[in-house]
Design a binder for this molecule. Sequence first.
Ligand code: SAH
Length: 356
Amino acid sequence: MASALQTVSLPCFLRTCRLSPPPRPSISFPSPSSSFSRTSQSNGCFVSARVKAASSSSSATAADVSELKDGIAEFYDESSGIWEDIWGEHMHHGFYDPGTDASGSDHRGAQIRMIEESLRFAGISEDGANKPKRIVDVGCGIGGSSRYLAKKYGAQCQGITLSPVQADRGNALAEAQGLADKVSFRVADALNQPFPDGQFDLVWSMESGEHMPDKSKFVNELARVAAPGGIIIIVTWSHRDLGPSEESLQPWEKDLLKRICDAYYLPDWCSTSDYVKLFQSLSFQEIKTEDWSEHVAPFWPAVIRSALTWKGFTSLLGSGLKTIKGALVMPLMIQGYQKGVIKFSIITCRKPPQTQ
Ligand code: SAH
């Protein structure tokens, strides 16, 4: 991985830098069209689940969302091949011991560790009878997680992405690795998944949540496709939780996030506790979170160093103005992390065995 870092390589949440223009939707009510949301709405739960986005009070229009989706698809279509050359098949951060010097680290090993730590945190069973058998990989990239999980558990995995290039590449890699009968990928929207209710005993979202313009709808879809008793794992960027007396982030924090969102064309983020509230509103069980910001921090110096090598610099120059703009804003991400505004979090929970 160290040699891979000789070229410019941006973590997944930075990769929306080609989108245009930046939509700035906030969290809204879940879609009333899903069966799970109908159940919960009948209990009035979603009224208390309304959560506010941090840095904007604007709402997503259908045109905003459509533009965002097109931009994400286009961006991953264009750049997934380069990322695979650099990062291999996993398009997410590594998990490191805090204080690790990333310069000598095994970054690909750290990416696998991120998967393993996520499974461990969620308490996924390793024993034959209880290990996951049906998995959905929501925002699958080129399917690194799906193939890893299919091999580890012998499970059937279905991945969805907005990028046709990623779906094709994911299927080609599955074929090449002898996993075509276990793993498949297709283009589909995480906010409107092409699966019946209650299909999956593990619902996996590794660094895709930050792309979702409607976090409530996102959570609702994850909940809908989870089987009764199934586990949901979300690993994502969020902003810090608000204090009990706070209505919103501080103006300087909003400004920092706004500059990052504008540069990277991301929809607004929410906090980890916003995710918790959404799962609570669905009466999910065993809701757990952990702040892993320190565990991904060693990655950032390596990313910046890679951009400063000759090869990295020339790759950056050849990549286009929006990518350059994104790279220039990278220090703001580090600033956001160091000041505690930006968090890298895991959220896990279990769907009740019987839905009401
Ligand atoms: N989870 C993968 C890839 C992370 S990159 C990995 O760890 O390797 C983010 C992924 O989210 C991309 O594949 C992108 O297409 C997907 N994505 C973003 N918004 C999406 C949406 N609305 N529906 C489905 N996939 C989405």
